[in-house]
Design a binder for this molecule. Structure first.
Ligand SMILES: [Zn+2]
Length: 336
């Protein structure tokens, strides 16, 4: 199966007002492009944005009414004119395959040329488009170069540099930026999440609404974060070979996105240590680890912390833009 049908309960998107306004203008002026590329880190809201846009397009109202037949079909994941393309699971290991394959794109193309069942639009949503194999991306180019009337492609990717330039140049690019913690906090409260939990989840979200929601609602994710913070404290206290070994083994188990999340975690923890040095304890992103982090505060000069934070910022950009994650993390481990 190249296509998974997923239920899409539409909760309002958190943040991204500019992108939402952009799609509203597209819908209200009927100025549809053939293809859109939405970029941003995992959990920032790419799927939510694409889902809202696709549903509004098929419903004919913006925001979508949620009641009409196309809306109900969309929400149940059974709309005949919507195709989702995701990475498939390996039959042997159940793990996600590394790439979206050319066969998946070919299947998609055979359907894209059929006219829509509902007589309106056909919507194709390719999640993790940065995992398209090169052959798959080249095959997709054919669809992008010869647009079929009333077919709209939505490509979601962590970074446009991970896609061939020929694909990117044929899409309208919408880049999503991290959302302010305060806004995430308010939206979590609006969804009925208890104040303290909402505050902590927003603070440790790194501006990613999806991360905040899982931190606030999934005990396992919150527990995993505590473990990651403990791992960081151990990591910092290790000698150079120890830190280097951690970087090497970590990147063997984790994909590019996982490495980026790790770099963000390190950056947020160093910012917490800088705040502790300033005595601004109430602003910590990882309040629950304040005692352990206090013990690290004497280890660094303020200037050293800022240099490290800047390096982490650069390292994150490098990994997002296709530099080998292992090299970046090993290089970074040398500087702590
Ligand atoms: Zn509707």
């Amino acid at each position: 199966m190249s296509e998974t049908q997923v239920e899409h309960q539409t909760l309002p998107i958190i943040g991204h007002q500019a992108a939402t306004a952009f799609f509203s203008r597209v819908l209200s002026h009927d100025q549809l492009s053939h293809a859109y590329l939405i970029t941003g880190p995992q959990h920032i809201g790419k799927t939510t944005l694409a889902t809202q846009f696709a549903q509004a397009l098929l419903c004919g109202k913006n925001p979508a009414c949620g009641m009409c037949i196309p809306c109900r079909q969309f929400i149940q994941g059974i709309h005949p004119d919507v195709s989702w393309v995701n990475r498939e699971q390996s039959e042997a290991t159940d793990a996600l395959k590394k790439n979206i394959s050319i066969e998946q794109i070919r299947q998609l193309q055979s359907r894209a040329y059929l006219s829509s069942f509902g007589g309106t639009y056909k919507v194709i949503i390719i999640t993790e488009a940065h995992t398209l194999s090169l052959e798959a991306a080249n095959a997709l180019l054919k669809t992008l170069e010869e647009p079929t009337a009333k077919t709209v492609l939505l490509l979601l990717a962590t970074h446009e540099k991970l896609l061939p330039a020929t694909v990117v140049s044929r899409c309208q690019l919408i880049r999503l930026q991290p959302v302010a913690d305060q806004h995430i906090y308010e939206q979590l409260m609006a969804r009925g999440i208890e104040r303290k939990k909402a505050r902590q989840a927003a603070a440790a979200s790194y501006g990613l609404p999806g991360r905040a929601i899982t931190l606030a609602t999934d005990v396992d994710v919150a527990t995993a974060l505590r473990q990651q913070v403990r791992d960081f404290i151990t990591f910092v206290q290790q000698d150079l070979p120890g830190r280097f070994a951690f970087a090497t083994s970590f990147t063997a188990d984790v994909d590019r996105e996982g490495v980026i999340t790790q770099l963000r975690l390190w950056k947020a923890l160093l910012r917490d240590i800088a705040l502790i040095q300033h005595g601004s304890m109430s602003y910590l992103a990882h309040q629950f680890a304040s005692h352990e982090l206090e013990q690290l505060a004497g280890r660094y000069q303020a200037a050293q912390l800022y240099t490290l934070i800047e390096r982490l910022q650069q390292a994150e950009a490098d990994v997002a833009a296709n530099v080998t994650p292992r090299l970046v993390l090993e290089q970074m481990a040398l500087h702590f």
